[in-house]
Design a protein. Structure first.
Length: 388
């Protein structure tokens, strides 16, 4: 960035772009934060819920899959403590995942399997290449795949939106997960979502501490992230979550709903709530090279492409998903050198080290597809345009 910043005209334009999208039939409210070096601009627009109180800078949102990079950072911190290794098989700490078997056909019967080519490693979980996750074909099938039905019966919540009220305690969760075959051998292909859910259980076993405590001590306290957790008692600051229906927006979760009490399973893939300020602290940690959470080499690895061309080509959301981007540890990495990830309950985060730029957009409207609505990309584009 060096010597540049946000222009006054650019900041005004950013506010106009954000305001265009706010309304009870669109996005009831949002926080848009743009930081360039020490300069921080925040837009707070609309309401926490239709007819409810105004959004504030410290309003709390369910960040869904933006939990993933936070789990990845905690994983690298625990590895640095020597409690486990990046390329170590997880069997020592997760015997439930030893001797994996793989479906011969991903849509086939659960009994029709072959032995996995090798054991699952921590690296496989961080890069989402351990052999289990979502594929586009799964959601387009005329009848549910047996693996999807089985995962639903076990209350794993790995193939849909986060569901803290459904998931059992970590030991029960991983025991159930361990009864399922993989969809691919470890290392073969990129499959979205489940890797960081498993990492939460792995980190608890490696440290002997509950996963929320691992995050608190390794990430949240060092960075002053006071409002980031798997639930909040500050329900008056928590946005109502909405989903789209043919008749308009419908409430998906209320402020006193599933995120107002500690869940049985702290889901490292999608369970956190947070604020724009807390997420800026996390982003700045990575932009500054990892201090005080990670060593510089670990921060750099987290923000670098960790996939092979074959893993990308066989990715779960199709070849186009990786146009202009790949995957690091728990987050997307763009060909431009920027990195970050989105949360399907309505949030996004982008960090660009070349410009020392962070863009955070928090809304309470669920995505209609696996890609964010135009609002998020338009605010990111306006942030770049606002740079001097």
């Amino acid at each position: 960035m060096h010597g540049r910043g946000l222009t006054e005209a650019g900041v005004a334009r950013l506010g106009e772009v954000a305001l265009r999208h706010v309304g009870d039939d669109r996005f009831p409210g949002l926080v848009a934060l743009v930081a360039c070096g020490p300069q921080v601009h925040v837009e707070t627009l609309g309401s926490l819920g239709i007819g409810g109180p105004a959004v504030a800078r410290d309003s709390i949102f369910r960040i869904a899959s933006m939990t993933k990079p936070i789990t990845a950072a905690a994983t690298l911190a625990v590895i640095a403590e020597g409690r486990m290794q990046l390329d170590e098989p997880v069997d020592r700490l997760l015997p439930e995942l030893a001797n994996r078997r793989v479906l011969r056909r991903m849509d086939g019967p659960l009994e029709d399997t072959a032995p996995a080519g090798r054991a699952v490693t921590t690296r496989d979980l961080l890069t989402f290449t351990f052999g289990f996750g979502m594929l586009m074909e799964m959601f387009m099938a005329a009848t549910p795949w047996p693996i999807v039905t089985a995962a639903e019966d076990l209350r794993l919540a790995t193939f849909g939106p986060p569901n803290p009220a459904l998931q059992p305690d970590p030991d029960t969760w991983i025991a159930g997960f361990g009864t399922l075959p993989l969809l691919a051998s470890p290392g073969e292909r990129w499959l979205y979502n489940a890797g960081t859910s498993v990492l939460g259980v792995l980190l608890a076993r490696a440290t002997g501490e509950p996963f929320p405590e691992v995050l608190r001590t390794r990430v949240f306290e060092p960075l002053g992230m006071r409002d980031t957790a798997f639930w909040t008692a500050h329900t008056a600051r928590l946005a109502t979550a909405y989903r789209s229906t043919p008749d308009g927006l419908a409430v998906w979760d209320s402020p006193v709903g599933d995120w107002s009490a500690p869940p049985a399973f702290a889901d490292g893939s999608a369970g956190l709530v947070s604020t724009a300020g807390d997420l800026l602290s996390f982003s700045r940690m990575l932009l500054a090279g990892g201090t005080p959470v990670l060593a510089p080499a670990d921060a750099a690895a987290m923000c670098a492409d960790q996939l092979t061309a074959e893993q990308r080509a066989r990715g779960g959301f199709g070849r186009d998903f990786f146009a202009g981007r790949s995957w690091g540890y728990g987050q997307a990495v763009l060909d431009s050198g920027a990195f970050g990830w989105d949360g399907g309950l309505g949030t996004s985060w982008l960090a660009d080290p070349a410009r020392d730029l962070t863009v955070i957009v928090l809304t309470q409207r669920m995505f209609d597809t696996h890609e964010p609505p135009a609002l998020h990309r338009e605010i990111q584009a306006a942030a770049y345009a606002a740079l001097a």
